[in-house]
Design a protein. Structure first.
Ligand code: NDP
Length: 446
């Protein structure tokens, strides 16, 4: 047995029935053997045992009242996973599938992702099994206020700074910020993803999608290629998907798909700026289903209950949720000519799908590197809040591009140095890990 397999066994034993967490830990540990054999001090100091155990897990009751006056009870969580290099930072997810295992996987990934951004941020994640779908604004506000009433005891601008994720956008951040301010009587940067007129940053809504495209651009540049003329498939139709399409269009590519949990649309003509404006209204204002896109525009196919991975493309941007690309989907993408996969979502590819991408030598950017643009601009929002200032769109976008380039370089160089050139999974895991492990060594047994 090796150190990494011992630790993985321990994680499985200690965290039963949390398969997503096991998957995320296993994917990272599998990459680390070369660095652990070079640095025995990591094992001597139990770095992996400590890194795989969250510093703190909070779980709480969220009671609220629906529009009919009926009492409802949900479960709230915050996982404060690792603060070795900065305050806990990571999003809140509101979705009926949320439970400890999902949030632990997301928080664990976040630790490495945040390390790669070059900014001083630790890793955390939180959320609730509350489903915002079909709820009125009033019900969402009632829930958010109750959720923040408990969460406010545990977070703070220098302690833990949550942001959005699935089911948590500008509306939810607003309600939670309002309640935090009221309870604490302070106006601080305790959440990111705020609106511009009360402490938000330009480019934060765009950052994850834009960042995933910048990461693809950086990967393509290693093969003297660009996004110009590329046909792209995109899954999801929320925040990440929308701004992925905006940036692909700007760089001369064409996106031909979108999806939600009910099915996908295939638009061979491409989702241009006007169609994207329709999607933004449909999803962010009307809160409708993506099927309506196929009813609205000519020549569009609706693929009921299907993901968009059988459509021919040069690049794929999975931007919906975890484990949305199976081995068969990965094979289908490669067979249909896909040469680039840049993950906007967290852990969207199942492990044997990742194997397919690596074996075939396509440019595969794992989520913790490719979608780090969102948290990076959250870090820039924190910096602006701390300085009581606002940067211009150009300034923030310029910094985002520099950060995505730096993440790419770190992952690319580490893969090279540790004997697997072009393997961004190994490179991102190793580069993210070393920074945290060294900080933990410096700070002693805590
Ligand atoms: P949104 O809530 O804005 O959109 C999520 C989209 O994914 C919706 O179209 C939703 O469809 C679809 N989706 C969600 N769950 C499922 C499911 N189980 N099966 C099929 N489709 C599903 O979320 P975001 O765009 O913010 O997040 C998308 C992904 O990107 C997530 O993996 C998230 O963790 C990741 N991410 C987000 C960041 C951010 O800054 N927002 C930062 C880094 C990563 P439906 O409406 O039917 O549920």
């Amino acid at each position: 047995m090796s150190y990494t397999s011992d630790v993985l066994e321990l994680v499985k034993k200690r965290n039963p029935a949390e398969p997503e967490f096991h998957q995320a830990v296993s994917e990272v540990l599998e990459s680390l053997d070369p660095v652990l054999s070079k640095h025995p001090e990591y094992e001597e100091n139990c770095i992996l045992e400590r890194l795989c155990e969250p510093e703190r897990v909070l779980m709480f009751r969220v009671p609220w009242v629906d529009d009919k006056g009926k009492f409802q009870v949900n479960r709230g969580f915050r996982i404060e996973f690792c603060s070795a290099i900065g305050p806990y930072k990571g999003g809140l997810r509101f979705h009926p599938t949320v439970y400890l295992g999902i949030l632990k996987f997301l928080a664990f990934e976040q630790v490495f992702k945040n390390s790669l951004t070059t900014l001083p941020m630790g890793g955390g994640k939180g959320g609730s099994d509350f489903d915002p779908k079909g709820k009125s604004d009033n019900e969402v506000m009632s829930f958010c206020q109750s959720f923040m009433t408990e969460l406010s005891r545990h977070i703070g601008a220098n302690t833990d700074v949550p942001a959005g994720d699935i089911g948590v956008g500008g509306r939810e951040i607003g309600f939670m910020f309002g309640q935090y301010k009221r309870l604490r009587n302070e106006f601080t940067g305790v959440l990111t993803g705020k609106a511009l007129n009360w402490g938000g940053s330009l480019i934060r809504p765009e950052a994850t999608g834009y960042g995933a495209v910048y990461f693809a651009q950086n990967m393509l540049a290693t093969r003297d290629d660009s996004m110009e003329g590329k046909v792209c498939t995109v899954s999801g139709s929320g925040n990440v998907a929308q701004y992925t399409i905006e940036k692909v269009n700007e760089l001369g590519g064409k996106c031909v798909s979108l999806s939600d949990s009910a099915g996908s649309i295939f638009d061979p003509d491409g989702i241009d700026a006007d169609k994207l404006a329709y999607v933004m209204d449909l999803k962010n204002v009307q809160r409708g289903r993506i099927k309506e896109y196929a009813d609205k525009f000519k020549g569009v196919q609706y693929l009921e209950g299907k993901r968009p991975w059988n459509i021919e493309c040069d690049c794929a941007f999975p931007s919906a949720t975890q484990n949305e690309i199976s081995k068969a989907d990965a094979e289908s993408l490669v067979k249909n000519g896909c040469k680039v996969v840049s993950e906007g979502a967290n852990m969207p590819t199942e492990p044997d799908g990742v194997e397919v991408f690596l074996e075939k030598g396509i440019l595969y950017g794992p989520g913790k590197a490719a979608n780090a643009g969102g948290v990076a601009v959250s870090g820039l929002e924190m910096a602006q809040n701390a300085q009581h200032t606002n940067w211009t769109r150009e300034e923030v976008d310029g910094r985002l591009q520099d950060i995505m380039k730096a993440i790419h370089t770190q992952a690319y160089d580490a893969a090279q140095e540790y004997g697997s050139p072009g393997n961004y999974v190994l490179g991102a895991n190793i580069a993210g890990f070393i920074k945290i492990a060294d900080a933990m060594l410096d700070q002693g047994l805590v």
